[in-house]
Ligand binder design. Sequence first.
Ligand code: PLP
Length: 386
Amino acid sequence: MSEDTFLVHGGRNPLLQEGAVNPPVYHASTIIYPDAKALRHGAATPLEGFRYGRFGTPLSFALEEAVAELEGGYKAVSVPSGLAAITATLLSFAEAGDHILVSDSVYFPTRKFCDQTLKNFGVETEYYDPWLGAGIKERIRPNTRLIYVEAPGSLTFEIQDIPAIAKEAKSQNVLVVMDNTWATPLFFKPFSHGVDVSIQAATKYIVGHADAMLGLITAKDEATWLKIKKKVMELGLCAGSEECFLGLRGLRTLGVRLRQHQENALRLAQWLESQPQVLKVLHPALPSCPGHEIWQRDFLGSSGLFGIILKTEDPGTIDKVLNKIKPFSLGYSWGGFESLAIPLDPGICRAASQWEAGGLGIRLHVGLEDLTDLKQALGRGLKELG
Ligand SMILES: *Cc1c(COP(=O)(O)O)cnc(C)c1O
């Protein structure tokens, strides 16, 4: 089945639900068993089927199966947010005395969790330059448990050489965990590039309408999946039923939405590159962007999120630009249908690498609005720089 067909039909079976097109939402904690034998059997096999609301419902299983199939992995686990997917994965594998390698370009709340909770639990985090590639080899220690990658980097858009990192990791029995939110399972296939665990902040493109928090963790094989599933059950994490419904609904249009985000963002990025007020455009699909060759080699497309660096050092000017660019709304998160903008903080936290932008910037999420309107809006904003 081709991917677009799978997006429409995966994770549902109308004939098993009285013909209704979409699966029902199970609001459930208790599951009733027909007799004592069945109850004892259910208690002894918590991972087989519908056993207790917190362990998953037929709806969360359907969402997990669909996303695992798209990512190309064995099975997924749904959790209440993208960040919960990240923290639960790290807690599934890193133990006291372990060392983990985390990209210096990582999503900031991931960094915070490593620097606070994991540190308190006796796990040492070492940040590495996102451009390191095969050079990661020298950083791997006997107690290195996992390497955490994210491509492109949150806010700074470095594309990592994941196959090169995964090759070194494999040769020393180290796990590779990836935050694959930017590309979604459609534009990057983590398991064909050596990743062991892939994380989606489904809050972004999978839900796609800025109306739910949801995370998914997909594992490459049964043993890896079991470790994560057991930890998620131990932590008491479970995705909400309505949220799973919205995630599954989002999948139906993920392909068309993403292609439109890609088209609008790429055309805007190309146009911005030619504007005199713009110093740099951080968009991996542009040949001028560092890491473009790796993106071209490994990725199947680009999404709607990218950065621009403007020829100004004055935060007040950035604010003036931000106030002039409606229909871009000002707000955090991304992946929904509308265009969004936030200032790009120049004081970006780095431990192992330099990030010198040469100016102040804006992170844009390009939505599904008309391209001409978006271009005009940014044109108005750029005029603030003269
Ligand atoms: C938003 C985001 C997350 C966290 O997702 P939430 O659902 O907001 O917790 C994780 N990684 C990346 C790259 C993100 O952009």
